[in-house]
Every structure is written in C-alpha cells, then in structure tokens.
Design a protein around this ligand. Structure first.
Ligand code: OGA
Ligand code: MN
Length: 212
C-alpha cells in the first residue's frame, strides 16, 4: 500500500490522528486553490452554520468561514482527482482498521482575513443519527508563514479536551490532517490572511434513533 496511506493508518491506530505534508501534489493543489477562489468570487459559497436540524444557525462569534458543499456527481477534473484520492484512502482505512466508513462528504472552505473557528468537536458523542467518524482537512494556500496565524490547534488528549495539551498545525499547501471526529477538540486560530481548504468527513452507517 502507498506509504502515505500507511502513515495515516498507523497514526489513527496509535494516537487517533495524522498530519501528512504533501498529501496532494503542488499542481493539483494549485488547481484546487484557483477553483476555491473562483467559486467564492462566483457567489457559490455560503456562510457556514453550527448545530443540527432546527438548531442550525449562522453564528459569526463561533465560526466565520464560508463553504461550498461538493456534489460528487458534478465535480471539476481537479476535484474528481481529490475525491478519488479520498475514496482510495477510505477503502485503505477500512481494510486495516475496520472503521466501517461507508461514505464521504466534503466542502470547500474559505476564512476571510480575521477569520477563526472556536474550539469544537465535529461530532457530538451523544448525537444518535450522526455518523461522522473521521474528519479530514486539506490545505490549499501557498507560502504560509507562522506569523499569519490560522493554525489548526488540535487538542491531543480527548479526555482533557481544551484543558489538555495541543499541537498547532499550520495550513501548508497540500497537507492533510485526519482525526477521529468525535474525540478531538480543535479550533482554527485567527488568520490575518485569507485561508482556503477542503474539509471532508468519512461517515459510518447511519443508525435510526427511532430504533432505540
Ligand atoms: C471544520 C474545521 C479545521 C481547519 O471545518 O470543522 O474544524 O483547519 N476545520 O480548517
Ligand atoms: Mn471542525
């Protein structure tokens, strides 16, 4: 199996997350960045919200990013390559870790300068029907420097959450971060520059809460 996939699987199996520089090549990353820009300029992004169902609302004090959900039936050439790579990863993970990942969903994301996303989990442990198992983020911006901010702060001890240790991951072009969606608190620190990425989730089987 591909070395990068092995690294991701062993990271997930040991600490529950993996950080993989150069997961996507620079040509593909550049193409995805320009599609992110043109999608935003073309008005296809909308301000992201928080919460599920009737509780869903735009909350600019919690997160400021704008997103464009991908339709797997209608992808550009570059996004189709991204999607296939994530599908290959999904199948490799299933073979080795038996996480039962049955589907993938993803959106383009853009934080305007000054943007952030406060600490959160991508899936609440008690949420019955939700089935996000793994969170994934691929970063698209070239020449990121630490003084720009915008790092992903990942709290590495699920038991301690935001009171425990954390690592800062700067959004370097082509880098992938993967982590267990229900376990790891994380935040996007304030970025002084526009920050573009593709965020995706591998999902498990949906369980109908009416069955319980
Ligand atoms: C998210 C998120 C992290 C990042 O979209 O839920 O936490 O680094 N993104 O963009
Ligand atoms: Mn998140």
């Amino acid at each position: 199996m591909e070395l990068l996939f092995e690294q991701i699987i062993s990271g997930l199996a040991t600490v529950g997350y993996a950080v993989v520089p150069k997961f996507l090549g620079s040509d593909l990353t550049g193409q995805l960045l320009s599609e992110n820009h043109s999608g935003f300029e073309g008005g296809r992004f909308h301000t992201a919200g928080v919460g599920r169902g009737n509780g869903h609302a735009v909350r600019n004090e919690i997160r400021t990013d704008a997103v464009d959900w991908l339709d797997p039936q209608n992808l550009s050439e570059a996004l189709a390559i991204y999607w296939q790579r994530m599908e290959d990863l999904r199948m490799a993970i299933n073979q080795q870790l038996f996480l039962g990942l049955v589907s993938f969903e993803a959106h383009l994301a853009r934080f305007a300068p000054g943007g952030f996303y406060l600490p959160h989990l991508d899936r609440h442990r008690e949420a019955g029907g939700s089935a996000r198992i793994l969170s994934t983020v691929v970063y698209l911006d070239q020449d990121w420097r630490p003084e720009i901010g915008g790092q992903l702060r990942l709290y590495t001890d699920p038991g301690a959450g935001v009171n425990g240790p954390s690592i800062d991951i700067f959004p370097d072009a082509g880098q992938l971060v993967v982590f267990l969606a229900a376990e790891f608190w994380h935040e996007v620190c304030v970025s002084t520059r526009e920050r573009c990425s593709i965020t995706g989730w591998f999902r498990g089987r949906e369980i109908d809460p009416m069955l319980f």
